[in-house]
Design a protein around this ligand. Structure first.
Ligand SMILES: [Cu+2]
Length: 348
């Protein structure tokens, strides 16, 4: 009896151990690459996922879903957006160079269209578009290794591709270099895009997509973070004097190149085209191509409200390409005096 009990106990122990081992394997390690598994932290613009501090590769699981919804393009102006995770732009994703990214794309049965995702961080056909083609009521999964660091755009690439992009299906993925990025005090996520509506700028009510305007590259709206005023007033980016800032700026277009500028600031460092190295210093305006990105860094030196614009300036004044950065702190008159005189001038 004693021996039988021992056998039973040993068997139970083996089963327990094997279940425990299996559970570790399922929840902690990828069976093929034996890397630890993490769920990606996804953030809504202008927020950025926290820096990745680990010094080894992981399998990072990214779960995106498609949501087609009516939202506001401007106060009072409604638009039928197609989106990743219910926001325009979609969430920002942050992984580390060398990570295995397991991408899950779910398309609700409430949606009408099939959708997919093309990430410019992917090396593989279509950036993953074919591998992620997902009908309503389905979830697709594919994996890629983030071979190269940089800031990359992602977008839907389901035919008709331009319409899926124009309706809001885009976002940014940062592939952090293996050694990380230098510490900064604040990081923000900005995405520029255009909208083409049948009604004029500011015309209230539900607006339809205007294909002809899109073909002619005549946008009705050019906006940061999906809505006129998304970065204005109480939604402005903020910093304190002395803090260092890093902006991850994407431009999906779908047509226009952005002349990205902050009025009254200079970009001390620019990672041109969102690549892995600093390519220039002390830049006033950086070009961001459609389907591209840039990383800019600077220090908040002087308090005040700074306008963030596309310096193709009619877009800022008439189409919505205007945001704000509010810097608070003590004035620094050695850098900027403010107005020192306002005297009568009789003319000559
Ligand atoms: Cu789509």
């Amino acid at each position: 009896m004693k021996n039988l009990s021992m056998v039973k106990l040993t068997s139970a122990l083996l089963v327990t151990l094997s279940i425990a081992g299996c559970s570790v394997m399922l929840s902690g390690f990828d069976s093929k690459r034996a890397e630890p598994v993490e769920q990606a932290i996804l953030t809504t613009a202008p927020n950025v996922p926290p820096p990745i501090t680990r010094d080894y590769p992981a399998k990072v699981v990214v779960r995106l879903f498609v949501k087609e919804y009516v939202g506001e393009l401007m106060d009072g102006v409604k638009y039928n957006f197609w989106s990743f995770n219910g926001t325009v732009p979609g969430p920002m994703i942050r992984v580390r160079q060398g990570d295995l990214v397991e991408m899950h794309l779910s398309n609700s049965s409430k949606n009408i269209m099939p959708h997919n995702i093309d990430l410019h961080a992917v090396i593989g056909p279509g950036g993953g578009a074919g591998a992620s083609m997902t009908l309503p009521g389905h979830t697709s999964v594919f994996s890629f290794t983030a071979l190269h660091s940089g800031l990359f755009v992602y977008h839907c690439a389901m035919p008709p591709v331009p319409e899926h992009i124009a309706n809001g299906m885009y976002g940014l993925i940062l592939v952090q270099p293996k050694d990380g990025l230098p510490h900064v005090d604040r990081e923000y996520y900005i995405m520029q895009s255009e909208f083409y509506t049948t009604g004029k700028f500011g015309e209230e009510g539900l607006q339809q997509f205007d294909l002809q305007k899109a073909i002619e590259e005549q946008p009705t709206y050019v906006v940061f973070n999906g809505k006129v005023g998304a970065l204005l007033g109480k939604h402005a980016l903020t910093a304190k004097v002395g803090q260092t800032l890093r902006l991850y700026v994407g431009n999906i277009g779908p047509n226009l190149i952005s002349s990205f500028h902050i009025i009254g600031e200079q970009f001390a460092d620019v990672y041109g085209d969102g690549g892995s190295t600093i390519t220039d210093h002390n830049i006033q305006t950086t070009l961001i191509p459609a389907g591209g990105a840039a990383i800019v860094q600077f220090t908040a030196d002087v308090p005040g409200t700074y306008n963030i614009v596309d310096h193709s300036i009619f877009r800022a004044f008439y189409q919505g390409a205007l945001g704000q950065l509010k810097i608070i702190g003590k004035p620094n008159p050695t850098i900027f005096s403010g107005k020192e005189a306002d005297e009568p001038y009789p003319g000559k």
